[in-house]
Design a binder for this molecule. Structure first.
Ligand code: IVH
Length: 642
């Protein structure tokens, strides 16, 4: 076949597959589709938005609806980081629904803007008018029909989906016509009659056109894409990419508990200005990429379910199966998330199950394989749990999970606390030995651990004992009020909340005495967080009391830095290279003392780059961007004089 014929063949397959996709029906896997695009690229055919497909009854978009560049590996994430050099990234679910454009317009100035048009993405330039269905969605509260305030004209983009629960509920009336929620959503959305569209849901995408708070003002109850993990730039691109990968794994883990389909994670540069600076290519924004979870699937046999007790008392089932090799690693276990997952999947011991490693990171079970002939041995919910203390505790079930009543595993709680406090060099196995030997029972007990407590425990010598005690002492140096607060491990009240409370109240005692009125206005304190906080107050007080009374220890707030007025005051500063007398850390501390903010990478907002000996790419970038560069000698002179 000539290249030209092959191009024509591939283009035809691509266009019909993409037409089917935009109509809501997938006819091939993402991997196969991407392989076609890759081959076309090799043949010199560039990708175009929509792949030439224009649906009938098309409506032109006023702004082209772009797609996202797709990546599948950490190396590609690293390339993105190297290119955009952002200070912060947000990682979100990639919703596998139907992209939509919503236009609200006021008939004349001073009147309210109402929904005038809803159009599917289509090929990016032209989409299908689905206003009928979207108005029905508005009736059931998925979006406002009329906006608050008096905007003249607003266009928003988002994703329309059918939740799994609605899909299940609707399935009988849908006549089993649809194979999955996305296809069903597409079918329902395009119908010009009936009322099923009331069951559809909407998320608005954070594409940088509008702040989340503005959405709320306009009357949306759906916020921007939920599930944000924000990753700050580390000091080098490689570790930033590694942090992003860790956040992607988190998205990957969480997505099975969702009521929606997600097929990846979206990595976005944070900040409207930063995004504008990066701009768009013809088909995709340059400030975001989609990480698609890979899906090599292999069958294996489920042998056993083990239960892990988490720090909140929740029991997580773990599947143990015959080892399979997936995406280059041997895998023999995977989380089953919760008891409901086992039920939903109808898993049984001895079944053939399909296992995959999504995102090439975390193994998970897709379900029973189609190859199963008969049912295996049912998996019964646990009814009791044997505590480390030798007692037996009962297990209860809520809708989704099994939980142990009245018992938390001290090792899990202590290890979580140690990590939260930032204490390095104390292993889980050491904590286990200390707990089992009766030397410690709570996190504060760790403060009183002595070398002689450790020496003599299984395989622990004097040297490792001394190292562990020192690690605890050193780690406590950085253990501030906010971190201690987070060790309690309250749902939704982690380190970020801890930092906010620390900044406002300064001590654990003050936090424990804070009133509803005092916390309510704080950042991140909505109705639910406030309620959770009020419920948790006695535990905060108990922790503060225990630390003070038994250990004579009162955690401090992060030392407020005394800054001096200088030419760095209020500026964004990047420090790179080495200095004659200052370490990098000291140099950065000096910048902070001089009133500057230290940034890890050079961007548009950088004011000064302090470049020491053998500064590399950051210096090059600063010079290219015309950013002020200060040499090591000048910098050290300013530091010495301050
Ligand atoms: S932001 C290009 N955020 O993915 C516009 N889009 O492949 C980016 N999508 O058409 C919009 N989850 O419909 C954004 N968290 C998310 C998303 C998301 C899914 C869809 C969106 C877009 C498609 C691009």
């Amino acid at each position: 076949m000539t290249d030209q014929n092959r191009v024509e063949e591939l283009t035809a397959i691509r266009d019909s597959a993409s037409a089917a996709y935009y109509e809501g029906e997938s006819v091939m896997s993402d991997e196969d589709f991407d392989a076609i695009l890759a081959e076309l690229r090799d043949l010199g055919v560039e990708e175009t938005t929509g792949h030439g497909y224009i649906p009938e009854g098309k409506v032109a978009h006023e702004r082209r609806m772009l797609s996202l560049a797709k990546v599948r590996t950490e190396a590609e994430v690293l390339r993105f980081v190297e290119r955009v050099q952002a200070d912060q990234y947000s990682i979100e679910y990639k919703y596998d629904g139907l992209a939509i454009s919503l236009v609200y317009e006021a008939a004349e100035t001073g009147t309210a803007a109402t929904l005038v048009r809803a159009v599917t993405r289509g090929n990016g330039d032209h989409g299908e008018d689905v206003t009928y269905a979207v108005r029905l969605m508005a009736e059931s509260g998925a979006l406002p029909l009329v906006l608050n305030g008096s905007p003249r004209r607003v266009e928003l983009r988002g994703e329309i989906m059918l939740s799994h629960s609605s899909f299940t509920a609707l399935n009988s009336v849908l006549d089993g016509k649809y194979s999955n929620a996305r296809n069903a959503a597409a079918g329902i959305l395009r119908r010009q009659s009936g009322t099923q569209a009331r069951h559809l849901s909407l998320v608005i995408h954070d594409e940088g056109t509008m702040f989340s708070s503005r959405l709320t003002e306009l009357g949306f109850t759906t916020s921007h894409d939920h599930m944000h993990v924000t990753v700050a730039n580390s000091f080098d691109d490689k570790s930033t990419a590694a942090w992003i990968m860790a956040a992607i794994s988190k998205v990957d883990l969480g997505r099975h508990d969702l009521d929606f389909d997600t097929d990846g994670a979206v990595i976005k540069v944070v900040g409207r200005d930063n995004r504008n600076a990066l701009g768009d290519s013809s088909s995709a924004p340059q400030w975001a990429i989609a990480y698609k979870f890979a899906s090599e699937i292999k069958p294996t046999i489920l042998r056993e379910v083990q239960w892990q007790l988490g720090r909140t008392g929740k029991l997580t089932p773990v599947a143990i199966f015959d080892t399979v090799s997936l995406a280059g690693a041997n895998v023999s276990q995977a989380t089953l998330h919760n008891f409901k997952f086992i039920e939903d999947m109808q898993l049984a011991i001895g079944d053939i199950i399909d296992v995959t490693r999504s995102g090439e990171v975390i193994p998970y079970i897709k379900g029973r394989s189609a190859a199963n002939a008969e049912l295996g041995t049912p998996i019964a919910p646990l009814t009791e749990w044997a505590g480390r203390d030798g007692q037996t505790y009962s297990v209860v079930r809520d809708d989704i999970n099994l939980r142990v009543v009245g018992y938390l595993d001290p090792v899990t709680v202590i290890v979580y606390g140690i990590q939260t406090l930032g204490i390095l060099g104390v292993s889980t196995s050491l904590v286990t030995k200390l707990v089992d030997a009766g030397k410690v029972a709570t996190l504060p007990d760790m403060l009183a651990v002595t070398e002689s407590d450790i020496v003599g425990l299984d395989r622990q010598g004097q040297k490792s004992a001394a190292a562990a005690v020192k690690a605890i002492r050193d780690g406590l140096g950085g253990a501030t009020v906010g971190k201690w607060f987070a060790t309690i491990g309250l749902h939704g009240l982690g380190r970020t909340t801890g930092r906010i409370l620390e900044a406002r109240f300064g001590s654990l005692d003050a936090i424990a005495n804070a009133t509803e009125a005092e916390v309510e206005g704080l950042e991140g304190f909505g109705t639910i967080t406030t309620r959770d906080f009020l419920v948790a107050r006695p535990r905060i007080k108990a922790l503060a009391d225990e630390l003070r009374e038994r250990h004579n220890y009162v955690p401090g707030a992060a030392a407020a830095v005394d800054t001096v007025e200088s030419q760095f005051t209020g500026l964004q500063v990047v420090v790179t290279g080495t200095f004659p007398t200052l370490s990098r850390k000291d140099a950065e501390a000096a910048v902070v003392r001089l009133g500057g903010t230290v940034r890890g990478s050079v961007s548009k907002s950088t004011d000064i780059v302090v470049a020491g000996e053998s500064a590399g790419s950051k210096l090059v970038k600063a010079e290219a961007a015309g950013i002020r560069v200060m040499g090591a000698a000048e910098f050290e002179a300013i530091v010495a004089a301050s």
